[in-house]
Design a protein around this ligand. Structure first.
Ligand code: NAD
Ligand code: USQ
Length: 398
């Protein structure tokens, strides 16, 4: 299949692009390289030394003989270029990773909130409008987030996208329908993913676009079979207080002798997925896409759920690291239960990778190998969700 990967230079997009190319798909990456500029803005660098994208692509060709195309396009701004590329490539599938994806970054200031909304909502809408205007029957596969459901404890396994509701009409007869699960985003970033859902619902209904929205959990791990082929293909690994995600942060903190930064009580339960499963799920979503008809297909892309404090305890036991309970900069429930259905992807063949000590140990080894690249000053999570959180965090600074 011809596949355009929007955001193909990023943490999930790069290994997915390589895997799709390895199994014979014709891949074109679109990226405006903004995450590399955000690294400069934040004064951080990926734990792993990532090559420039042209060098990555040349290394891939050298190692495998496969060619991946690249177009530097800002999908949120350069609508005409995006539309024309879609018209020329006539892709069977467009995978959309190209969004600002860090919740703490989205909450740093009004400017960061506005950038995140402008970038993510315009990017998604430009894509849908361009596919429609170009008249190309491409299956759009979007990376959404589990965070659209919110994290209040509910007495059910979270369904995949839709909630079946029954309600009485004015004659007292009962009607049943599926509605989008009520969203409860916990940050401006998660809010943009909630807005994306409405854009998808509209274009699926109005223009018959074939759309899969993958509600992904927190990704952990770094390397895949393809990124491990050559040091120039290494995947990025964010550990800093804005872009680092919780388990990858704990692994780096442990590797460099810092305490594990558990926010609040650590009772937050979240869904997780290893990067190797992310890549498999993208393949499964793409290769099963012809069956979609009429409404948006939503699949929960998760392998398992864990409580943050349990993850800290597992990493501490493996490494002897200290666990530090820090004031939570986020406005979120201190503790929640979470149980999630992932029947769709399991039904398509996903065999989820569970957290295992050998996999965690491999990540810690990787972090130790690159420990000279870790800047301890960039580890604390300093982006506070609101004034009340600023005051709470400042009140405990010694
Ligand atoms: P990332 O920041 O590493 O990758 C995103 C890529 O998109 C970057 O290379 C960036 O330069 C590019 N990009 C952003 N805006 C763009 C624009 N306007 N035009 C062109 N390119 C643009 O993030 P990631 O971790 O790879 O996440 C990819 C997607 O997966 C995101 O949509 C994110 O919401 C979703 N997701 C990620 C995780 C996770 O834990 N990393 C979990 C769930 C969902
Ligand atoms: N946390 C800590 N200590 C840390 C960092 C985080 O206790 O050092 C806590 C947070 O307070 C939160 C939980 O860990 O309760 C998860 O935080 P995270 O940064 O790992 O995840 P999140 O902000 O939700 O965002 C990440 C990705 C995002 C994706 C989302 C999936 O950055 O792109 O959408 O995971 S999900 O969480 O399922 O919505």
């Amino acid at each position: 299949m011809r596949v355009i990967v929007l955001g193909g230079d990023g943490f999930c997009g790069w290994p997915s692009s390589l895997h799709l190319s390895a199994i014979g798909h014709e891949v074109t990456i679109v990226d405006n390289l903004v995450h590399r500029r955000i690294d400069v803005e934040l004064g951080v660098q990926s734990l792993t030394p990532i090559a420039e994208l042209p060098e990555r692509l040349a290394a891939w060709h050298e190692k495998t003989g496969n060619t991946i195309g690249f177009e530097e396009i800002d999908v949120a701004v350069e609508y005409e270029r995006l539309k024309s590329l879609i018209g020329v490539v006539r892709p069977d599938v467009i995978v959309h990773f190209a969004e600002q994806r860090a919740a703490p970054y989205s909450m740093k200031s009004s400017a960061h909130k506005r950038y995140t909304v402008d970038n993510n909502v315009n990017g998604t809408h430009n894509l849908l409008a361009a596919v429609t205007e170009a008249g190309v029957d491409a299956h759009v596969v979007h990376l959404g987030t589990m965070g659209v459901y919110g994290y209040e404890t509910v007495p059910m396994d979270l369904p995949e996208g839709y909630l079946t509701v029954s309600y009485p009409d004015r004659n007292g007869d009962t009607h049943t329908r599926d509605i989008l699960y009520p969203t409860q985003p916990g940050s401006v970033y998660h809010l943009t993913k909630s807005l994306d859902q409405l854009l998808f619902q509209f274009y699926a209904g109005n223009d018959g676009l074939r759309i899969t929205d993958l509600h992904q959990g927190i990704v952990w791990g770094t390397q895949t079979a393809e990124t491990a082929l050559d040091p120039r293909l290494v995947n990025r690994f964010d550990y800093d207080g804005d872009y680092g995600t919780v388990l990858n942060r704990f692994l780096v903190e442990a590797a460099v002798g810092l305490p594990l930064t558990v926010h609040g009580s650590g009772g937050q339960t979240r869904a997780f997925i290893n990067i190797n499963d992310t890549v498999r799920c993208i393949r499964l979503a793409i290769e099963s896409g012809c069956e979609i008809d009429g409404c948006v297909r939503v699949m929960n892309q998760i392998s398992e759920t864990h409580r943050v404090s349990d993850l800290a305890d597992i990493v501490a036991e493996l490494t002897g690291a200290a666990v530090s309970r820090v004031e939570n900069p986020r406005r979120e429930a201190d503790a929640n239960d979470l149980s999630v259905r992932n029947d769709h992807l399991v039904g398509l063949g996903l065999d989820p990778i569970a957290l295992r000590s050998d996999l965690l140990a491999a990540e810690i080894d990787l972090a130790r190998a690159h420990s000279d690249r870790v800047d301890p000053a960039r580890v604390p999570a300093e982006s506070c969700w609101n004034r009340e959180r600023v005051e709470a965090v400042e009140s405990v600074i010694p």
